[in-house]
Design a binder for this molecule. Structure first.
Ligand code: CDP
Ligand code: CDP
Length: 227
């Protein structure tokens, strides 16, 4: 039997992680796991329950959370406690709140455990902030995707405009910078490049070009058939 393989993709907000990870997983026939969606679902639930930022309360919430990622032809659908929150977790309100929730050590522990259990189910592409450093330190392939802050803000801006969500570019850039800052400076498993990660700066690169670069890295590291 073949060993399970894992591709870990980390990086700051708007770098293209989830779009690229989803497509790479599809082409490799691996399972795609969006860990950011799990923290977003928790943040959505915390807002709804009016829990605030109290670590003990957030920890209890995370430990009891029933989160499910359901793969469909149109992408992953995200559920928490029986609510389909796939669209709701992309709201500006959740984006502004999520880093505070994700900074709590007691919130991260059950999420990391769940993510590790998911990765044990098959070959996976998993994206987030601490996949290469914490969740899957033994991953065969680690990628750190990044791009200039201006380009990342612009990408997210175009995406939200296309979905009819009213946003302002400057405000969006500020939100992304604040989130990157919070994610990089938190005590528990901050966003950082793993020592053995391959860095891809995607500034000025189109999606297909990035996907090809990631697949080339996978081929180089695991010599994957069909990759
Ligand atoms: O897609 P975007 O880059 O906007 O963010 P995301 O991947 O959906 O993640 C949302 C937030 O969840 C991040 O800003 C982090 O605060 C947190 N997160 C985390 O702490 N660890 C992960 N492995 C994934 C996300
Ligand atoms: O998951 P993360 O926050 O890192 O980024 P994303 O949500 O996958 O990508 C943000 C937006 O940038 C999406 O609309 C992608 O289609 C777009 N994108 C792009 O235009 N060019 C790239 N090279 C990568 C992503």
């Amino acid at each position: 039997t073949e060993a399970l393989k894992a591709v870990a993709i980390d990086g700051p907000a708007g770098a293209g992680k989830s779009t690229v990870a989803r497509e790479v997983a599809r082409r490799l026939n691996y399972l795609y796991i969006d860990t950011g969606a799990m923290y977003r679902a928790l943040a959505w639930w915390a807002l709804r329950q009016d829990v605030g930022c109290e670590p003990v309360a957030l920890t209890a919430l995370a430990e009891a959370a029933e989160i499910r990622l359901v793969a469909t032809d149109e992408g992953t659908r995200v559920w928490i406690h029986g609510h389909d929150v796939t669209e709701a977790i992309r709201s500006p309100e959740v984006s502004q709140h999520v880093s505070q929730v994700a900074a709590v050590a007691g919130v991260r522990a059950p999420m990391v455990r769940l993510q590790q259990q998911m990765a044990a189910q098959g070959c996976v592409v998993m994206d987030g902030r601490d996949i290469g450093t914490r969740v899957l330190p033994m991953a065969q392939v680690k990628i750190f995707l990044t791009a200039s802050i201006e380009e990342r803000a612009l990408r997210r801006y175009r995406e939200l405009c296309a979905r009819g969500v009213p946003v302002e570019l400057a405000a969006l850039q500020q939100e992304i910078e604040a989130r990157d800052q919070a994610d990089s400076s938190r005590a528990t498993d901050p966003l950082r490049q793993a020592d053995d990660a391959v860095v891809i700066d995607t500034t000025g690169m189109g999606l297909e070009q990035v996907i090809e670069a990631v697949l080339a890295t996978v081929r180089r590291k695991v010599g994957d058939h069909g990759a």
